[in-house]
Design a protein around this ligand. Structure first.
Ligand code: HEC
Length: 99
């Protein structure tokens, strides 16, 4: 994780599209212990796949700023940087509902 973050710092500007997806896939294990990758879920752990990337990023930002008040997700959101959030948005947006 630390190595990946350090690696990112020497890559100039936004990551190429595929790199962003791959980075998101790599980071997604932080999320899939709770959120199901196949699109399943319920009211306690909602599904997060197939969202438009901008809405996904906005939602994470709302947890980060405390507008959305769930304590677990506030902690998760505050642990994520901008690039990480964008990568996760890319990855999850492209997952298909297989439930
Ligand atoms: C420990 C369990 C847990 C982990 C790990 C977790 N989440 Fe969540 N997540 C939740 C819960 C519970 C909610 C519902 C919170 C609420 O009601 O506001 C949620 C809500 C969300 C939502 C909003 C869903 C909606 O329908 O409004 C998004 C987006 C999200 N999580 C993304 C992520 C991402 C990205 C990660 C990984 C970086 C992650 N979560 C990791 C438990 C978790």
């Amino acid at each position: 994780m630390v190595l990946a973050a350090m690696g990112l710092m020497i890559i100039p500007d936004p990551l190429a599209a595929d790199d962003l997806f791959d980075y998101g896939a790599y980071l997604s294990s932080e999320c899939t212990s709770c959120h199901r990758l196949d699109g399943g879920g319920d009211i306690t752990i909602p599904p997060i796949i197939g969202w438009p990337e901008d809405i996904f990023i906005q939602t994470i930002d709302r947890y980060r700023r405390g507008v959305l008040t769930n304590a677990i997700m506030q902690n998760v959101a505050r642990s994520l940087g901008e690039e990480e959030t964008a990568a996760l948005a890319r990855f999850f947006s492209q997952q298909e509902n297989r439930e």
